[in-house]
Design a protein around this ligand. Structure first.
Ligand SMILES: Cc1ncc(C[n+]2csc(CCOP(=O)(O)OP(=O)(O)O)c2C)c(N)n1
Length: 436
């Protein structure tokens, strides 16, 4: 091997060993090593770098009898004490992915405090009573955002993708709100504004305030915003990117898992996906790496899986489709083909740079025929151009690939129209409330 394999995964593994080439005289140590590896693997990814002696041929002997050993407990940080003064009426619960927290406990916290649950689809908790699905849209409305600044924020799991939500959270903590972090992988404090890291159990003694108008105000606005989104989406003759996310969320059968990719699918699902939206996503600097493989991995566990993905991420990981047509795997791939990366059209560079430079540096169109690419792997593949066609396709068991052609520039206008529609409906709702 030409790369140094020792500590190859750095801090991304919880444990790694490089025991060197196995020698018959060290047999007694192997079981201990296997045991240690398994125990650590229960707490996260591990790297065991095993070297073999050439000619790499041999016959494996019988395994020794199994022995029961206690497993290592996952490394955990001792939770902080619950800060005083959290029993405030104006609280919000943010739930995101990988929280490790039982939805029953989140529902109990909402029930006890009356605090709305701002639920990212990654939490799979949008169907809890008190869940709000349209927070990004609501918080883009300055009047709503100002009037609903909280005193307490309990964040459970990872933060959502919405920058608007993150900025509003930071604004609230800068103004004195307490941010309590619960669960999630590692210590989650990207904005360095977490006041305490607590267990969910410790928070279940909270009672919030007795003012139910806070919860009702969020719930009412959420209903208004969601109706505005649904109506505004129906105004478009063509299938839009947010419309694809909403259709997938609304129509994917309950037993089918969803994986969403960056940049726009994860956002469109979070912002416009409604209360049925629930998904898995790879997040981080390498977010578009291996997304088809991630979905395939989920599908191979036996759960039918749909992946909603852009054309760049799809092409980037299209090798994952090799051999798929010959396997009984229910993988359903919906490619939103805007010929390049969608998020960059929302950047100021989209207006500042000359179109060809912007395309070269940011848009990065590939010009790949998605249907032809999928067909070349022997997969069933088609172009889908209406909500009805997409609904029909989503009901089919995989493996298949469908491609929804969209336009990056138009997508910016679609998002603006949706935000305008929500803002208009919230204003009208406020007026009605004032008069009532
Ligand atoms: C491996 C990797 N390279 C680059 C990026 C930066 N990046 C984030 S989103 C994105 C564009 C993805 O385009 P596409 O898959 O077509 O989806 P769309 O943006 O159109 O929704 C890029 C290049 C990344 N997250 N991961």
């Amino acid at each position: 091997q030409t790369i140094d394999q020792i500590d190859l995964y750095g801090k991304h593994v919880v444990w790694s060993r490089d025991p060197g080439v196995a020698e018959p005289g060290e047999r007694s140590l192997w079981r201990e090593l296997a045991d240690d590896t398994m125990a650590h693997a229960r707490t996260g990814p591990v790297q065991l770098n095993l070297a073999f002696r050439e000619p790499l041929m041999g016959v494996s002997g019988a395994l020794p009898d199994a022995v029961d050993r206690p497993l290592l407990a996952p490394p955990s940080r001792r939770p902080d004490a619950v800060p005083p003064d959290l029993d405030r009426a104006r609280g919000v619960i943010l739930v995101g992915g990988r929280s490790g927290v039982d939805p029953v406990d989140v529902a109990a916290l909402h029930h006890a405090t009356g605090w709305p649950i701002i639920a990212d689809p990654m939490s799979a908790m949008r169907q809890l009573p008190g869940a709000v699905a349209t927070a990004d849209s609501l918080l883009r409305h300055d009047g709503f955002a100002d009037a609903h600044l909280p005193d307490v924020i309990v964040r459970i799991g990872r933060p959502a993708a919405s920058k608007v939500l993150a900025q509003w959270t930071a604004r609230a903590t800068a103004a004195g709100a307490q941010l309590i972090q619960v669960g999630g992988p590692g210590v989650i404090d990207p904005d360095h504004n977490v006041a305490a890291i607590c267990s969910i159990a410790a928070l279940l003694g909270l009672s919030g305030g007795s003012d139910r108008s806070w919860a009702e105000s969020w719930a009412g606005a959420d209903r208004v915003a969601d109706a505005a989104i649904v109506d505004a989406l129906a105004e478009f003759d063509e299938l839009t990117e947010p419309g694809v996310a909403r259709t997938v969320a609304d129509h994917l059968a309950d037993g089918v898992d969803l994986v969403v990719s960056s940049s726009m699918p994860v956002r469109d699902l979070e912002w416009f996906g409604g209360s049925r939206a629930r998904a898995f996503a790879n997040r981080g600097a390498n977010g578009i790496d291996g997304v088809v493989s991630t979905a395939l991995g989920r599908a191979l566990t036996g759960t039918p899986t749909c992946v909603l993905i852009g054309d760049l991420a799809f092409v980037h990981d299209s090798n994952a489709l090799i051999g798929l047509s010959a396997r009984a795997v229910d993988l359903r791939v919906v490619v939103v083909d805007n010929d390049g990366g969608g998020i960059f059209s929302f950047l100021p560079q989209a207006a500042e740079l000359q179109a060809d430079r912007f395309e070269l540096l940011f848009g990065t169109p590939l010009g790949v025929d998605v249907v032809a690419l999928a067909t070349s792997y022997g997969l069933e593949s088609r172009t889908v151009q209406s909500v009805d066609e997409l609904v029909e396709q989503l009901a089919m068991p995989g493996p298949w690939v469908c491609c929804v052609p969209t336009d990056r520039r138009h997508n910016v206008d679609v998002h603006a129209a949706l935000h305008r529609a929500v803002a208009g409906s919230l204003d009208a709702h406020d007026e009605r409330s004032d008069q009532g």
